[in-house]
Design a protein around this ligand. Structure first.
Ligand SMILES: C[S@@+](CC[C@H](N)C(=O)[O-])C[C@H]1O[C@@H](n2cnc3c(N)ncnc32)[C@H](O)[C@@H]1O
Length: 621
């Protein structure tokens, strides 16, 4: 096995290096460095004593190493350090926060040149300097060294933070720090490489309907959300785990029939199957235009093009989408969509009519459909433009209605309560978290969950699904139906205490490493306390055309690739003379899994100003 390679920079008198070297075994190579030249250490007897100890142990010691230019110091073959340590960086007595921030920024940027792919950068800081909530008390951000923002400049994210004396060092090393009051309350910050936050272009998708290929670009507000296969066979994504558990538990009480879900495309004709009670889904649907694609289709499916990804949809797989009752013709797309309008399915409820009309529909069995759905929505903590839904459809004889419905509700409530309390402490398990709240129509229920146990910031209940019993228009062959729709993403977030829904979509493999298939254990993010950047935007609106706030949020989502975590309305101003109206909003940028810098945010913000001008007929001020 290759040795573990450690690099210490900014050593003062090499006390840390000397103490650490005593704890290392043969499998670790240590390189200890300091900025000073040997002559500058001449008057420090402790330094010479430590250097002597290091030499005896054959440790590589280097002088005059500027940690902001590590690539100049280490040849290519000497790089790839597994751990780089900088304890208590400081530019010198008179340096203020700005200078020290600059030192950190340049150090992190330079680390990127010499750090192994899965390496760690450890930075110990005195109490309060880092500026993250891990500091007790937390220092005001503008007075701190803003360590997470400086690390982002080197493409690094904070993956762990703990008191300096606890985990990092042996007792011998502690002896070195114990005398120094500065180290009380100090924190060791561990940074790792982030996936790049590059402006990824929307992918082009192609689908085959009948013998014809069609292509469409991924909507910009959904970059990275299509065709991820979280619910499919090899996936060990928590969304799949929670779905399987939910279904397995219901299977103990009801006979189950699992249906294969079609691809999430819904042709315009297909939308007419929507019953009256969910028509408003469509106003928030993502519409896409399919274009006939006459390029050499089969060769592209071999993966030769990086930009094109195929939905290998056969016509039969889309069969749920066709509009039944029109001469039985499969007219969903074929022949009509040289430029057809199609939307990404906003809910699985669009499929209910097709499901209950299949000839072998079994009364008393739970019919189950699971798949991704897509809806334009405001930027809010628990509202997502793409999520996974599971739909349970139960049909029964009308005079059995009350008994069947009650049995379904009771079991579902028990199952959800038990899933939701798995990672909570015993004391929180005593009271029920799930409530079925009857709606004003006296028939449907919202499935609400008390969330204060999960996060102190959550004061409101969260709606994770609905039970629809009002679908009276859907009586078929003397049967009536109940539909239960569950948002699996919200359920998974609550079960594992994942605070940010965007984390479910990360491409970072470390996310999935948290989950043992089939098990529910507490989740720990690989990116802690990511920095926030706030920008305000104000603009004149065209009062005749109006202002579409949903579209404003959708453009913000697209331009920032989901890096905007909140949009807050600040004020409305009407000019006393011209009567022109201007609106002002505050945008907060923060990613949950990738390093994001002030500069990247500034360029997104200026792009955002251009896009709203183009698409929303407003004039930024
Ligand atoms: C507060 S002392 C900490 C020394 C030592 N790491 C410890 O924990 O005792 C700050 C150290 O940062 C070092 N330093 C400042 N700028 C540096 C740079 N550009 N490259 C390397 N070291 C630097 C200084 O030389 C000084 O030794």
């Amino acid at each position: 096995m290759a040795p573990r390679r450690l690099l210490l920079v900014g050593e003062g008198n090499f006390s840390f290096a000397a103490a650490l070297s005593e704890t290392l075994d043969q499998s670790t190579q240590l390189t200890a460095t300091c900025l000073q030249r040997p002559a500058e250490l001449a008057r420090d007897p402790l330094a010479w004593e430590n250097l002597q100890r290091l030499r005896e142990r054959g440790i590589d010691v280097r002088f005059g190493v500027d940690c902001t230019h590590l690539a100049d110091v280490f040849e290519l073959h000497e790089r790839e350090f597994d751990q780089i340590y900088f304890n208590f960086p400081h530019c010198g007595r008179k340096a203020g926060v700005a200078k020290n921030r600059e030192l950190l920024a340049k150090f992190f940027q330079s680390c990127a040149d010499v750090l192994a792919e899965e390496g760690e950068v450890h930075v110990a800081l005195c109490r309060g300097q880092g500026g993250t909530p891990a500091d007790k008390p937390q220092r005001e951000w503008h007075n701190s060294w803003q360590v997470v923002a400086m690390a982002a400049l080197g493409g690094l994210i904070l993956s762990d933070v703990y008191p300096f004396s606890c985990k990092a060092v042996s007792l011998k090393i502690l002896a070195y720090f114990n005398n120094d009051r500065l180290h009380i309350g100090a924190l060791n910050h561990v940074f790792t490489r982030s996936l790049p936050f590059e402006g990824s272009q929307p992918r082009i998708f192609r689908i085959k309907l009948g013998n014809q290929w069609f292509s469409f670009p991924e909507p910009e507000a959904l970059v990275g959300k299509l065709n991820r296969g979280f619910l499919e066979a090899p996936s060990c994504h928590p969304i799949k785990t929670i779905n399987e558990k939910l279904i397995a538990e219901l299977g103990k009480v009801f006979p189950l029939k699992r249906l294969k879900c079609s691809y999430p495309l819904l042709p315009q004709e297909g939308t007419s199957v929507l019953p009256f009670w969910n028509c408003d889904f469509l106003s928030a649907a993502f519409w896409i235009s399919l274009h006939e694609d006459n390029s050499n289709s089969e060769s592209l499916t071999g993966g030769t093009s990086q930009d094109v990804e195929d939905f290998l949809v056969s016509f039969s797989e889309l069969s749920l989408l066709k509009n039944p009752g029109r001469d039985g013709k499969e007219e969903a797309c074929e022949g009509t969509c040289g430029q057809a309008k199609i939307c990404l399915r906003p809910s699985l409820l669009v499929h209910v009519q097709d499901v209950i009309e299949v000839p072998d529909f079994l009364s008393g069995s739970l019919h189950i459909l699971s798949g991704p759905v897509f809806q334009k929505c405001h930027i809010l903590p628990f509202t997502m433009p793409a999520f996974h839904e599971t739909l349970f459809i139960l049909g029964f004889n009308q005079n059995l209605k009350d008994g069947c419905l009650q049995s379904l509700l009771d079991h579902l409530k028990g199952i959800l309560d038990s899933l939701l309390t798995q990672t909570l402490p015993e004391s929180s398990k005593l009271s029920s978290l799930v409530k079925f709240v009857l709606q004003s129509n006296g028939k449907d229920y919202m499935i609400r969950v008390k969330t204060h146990n999960f996060s102190p910031d959550c004061t409101e209940d969260l709606i994770i699904g609905s039970v629809i019993t009002s679908a009276t228009s859907v009586i078929h062959k003397d049967q009536c139906f109940v539909f239960v729709s569950m948002n699996l993403d919200l359920l998974a977030m609550l079960v594992w205490c994942i605070s940010d829904w965007r984390m479910l979509w990360t491409f970072d493999n470390r996310f999935l490493k948290n989950f043992v298939p089939g098990k529910i254990e507490p989740f720990k993010s690989h990116s802690l306390y990511p920095p926030c950047y706030v920008h305000d935007v104000s603009f004149w609106i065209d009062q005749k055309k109006g202002f579409d706030e949903l579209e404003f949020h959708t453009v913000a989502r697209a331009v920032s690739q989901d890096a905007i975590i909140s949009i807050q309305f600040l004020s409305r101003f009407q000019h006393p003379k011209t009567q022109q109206v201007s609106l002002c909003y505050r945008l907060t940028y923060q990613t949950c899994d990738k390093a994001l810098t002030q500069q990247q945010v500034a360029s997104m913000q200026s792009q955002f100003r251009k896009e709203i001008q183009q698409h929303l007929y407003v004039i930024p001020r």
